[in-house]
Design a protein around this ligand. Sequence first.
Ligand code: PBG
Ligand code: ZN
Length: 335
Amino acid sequence: MTRSTTSPVPLPVFQRTRRLRQNTALRAFARETNLSAGDFIYPIFVVEGEGIRKEISSMPGQFQLSLDSLAGEVDGLRDLGIPGVLLFGIPSEKDEIGSGAFAADGIVQRAVKLIRDYAPEMLIVTDVCACEYTSHGHCGIIVSGVVDNDQTLPLLARTAVSHAEAGADIVAPSDMMDGRVAIIRQALDDAGFVNTPIMSYAAKYASAYYGPFREAAESTPTFGDRRTHQMDAGNIREAMREIEIDMAEGADAIIVKPALSYLDVLRAARERVDVPVVAYNVSGEYAMIKAAAQLGWIDERRLTLETMLSMKRAGADRIISYHAREVAQWLQDKA
Ligand code: PBG
Ligand code: ZN
């Protein structure tokens, strides 16, 4: 270390926190939270058809992919050291009850099988919800203009079992119906999938940050919104209640979503439960960074890494992110 200069004036006694920030090696030594490619789960939107790689306009760099593009996509993730994917399906036909969600030969079920065969080591998580599959874009069965909780539950259970049958490692219900973890657990167990974990979107807020996703997944509701089931942005105690209920019903891991505006919820969740806590860095969070970067207003690499770090620091064990590939690439470049 270089010798310091002598002060021209007599100094009081004080602590020197700058000691540990002097150079890269010392900063690395003192760093409390680190990112690695292994922290990430990468969302993929799968569509029917062939040779399709259609960019989502509000999510530059993200694509709707047909089944034949999946192997190449998985190769890329492997090379980057990203251990898992979260699959969303976009069927060619939608109906009132979203029957494509639980069809044995549905788009997600076929995607799961394909990735399972191609990359046995890849963690395959499936989103369990009806909104991509219903003609009205809602997360379940509509009765008198609202999503009916109890009629939706059996469909979610069937969907989860169909994903497990296809070979999913984890099912992730995102619908926010009451009782869904309980009914999914029961259905999985009855079908012999006692070992399939449930990662519930336990604290999922009704958020404007999902806008770009709904373009990507073609799941914008044709009327109304999701506020009768997703949570109100002002509430954190209610999030704790949701988490506790899902834990009691048998959740093996939980998701807090969105992430960035809800870091307090992530922190509180981390302190409350001992299962994996996963942050969902949602589509709008990705789109905001991309837009500002395209305008040249921010440094995308630095801002993204800082954002991901904030989620881990807040308590996330893992992060679901559209930025996963770029982050993994940046981490590789640095090493
Ligand atoms: C389906 C679902 C949504 C997201 C994940 N699963 C959309 C919604 O609830 O409207 C959002 C993901 C994102 O914005 O990146 N229920
Ligand atoms: Zn939904």
